[in-house]
Ligand binder design. Structure first.
Ligand code: ADP
Ligand code: MG
Length: 136
């Protein structure tokens, strides 16, 4: 049975800065994820703090919010079969050092904080995150 989902993907400042937008997008499209919407934006630190609210108790929260608001990002709605898990698999582990070969983070990530992409981790969070950036 087919299970078409949507998930939110972000190309983070380190990857935008290194002109990796098209390379990362092509990894999604070659792997059967359709880019339904996409936009390049530059968010404020307050917006980043709202987006990453689930991490507010973590020691890295402040740096994370500073980082996500440090330059342009590309936010996308990806759609496809099991899109949430599929995107997480294409991204690879949070720390690029631990990411599997040929994942986005293994190919392009610099460090645990500059790891090139964000992806929703559940259907529920995907809905919230899509709504955060693409209010209908
Ligand atoms: P993921 O992005 O793989 O879902 P998390 O949700 O756990 O990972 O963390 C959100 C983001 O916070 C990560 O992508 C990474 O940029 C940053 N981060 C996570 N853990 C650390 C850490 N120990 N030190 C610095 N930054 C971190
Ligand atoms: Mg996460």
């Amino acid at each position: 049975m087919s299970n078409i989902e949507q998930t939110l993907s972000i190309i983070k400042p380190d990857a935008v800065e290194r002109n990796l937008i098209e390379k990362i997008k092509s990894i999604f499209t070659k792997n059967n994820l359709t880019i339904k919407e996409d936009k390049k934006i530059h968010i404020t630190k307050d917006e980043a703090a709202e987006f990453y609210k689930v991490h507010q108790s973590k020691p890295f929260y402040n740096d994370l919010c500073t980082y996500l608001s440090s330059g342009p990002i590309v936010v996308m709605i990806l759609e496809g079969e099991n899109a949430v898990v599929h995107n997480r698999k294409l991204m690879g582990a949070t720390n690029p050092k631990n990411a599997e070969e040929n994942t986005i983070r293994k190919l392009y990530g610099i460090s645990i904080d500059k790891n090139s992409v964000h992806g929703s981790d559940s259907i529920d969070n995907a809905k919230k995150e899509i709504n955060f950036f693409f209010k209908s």
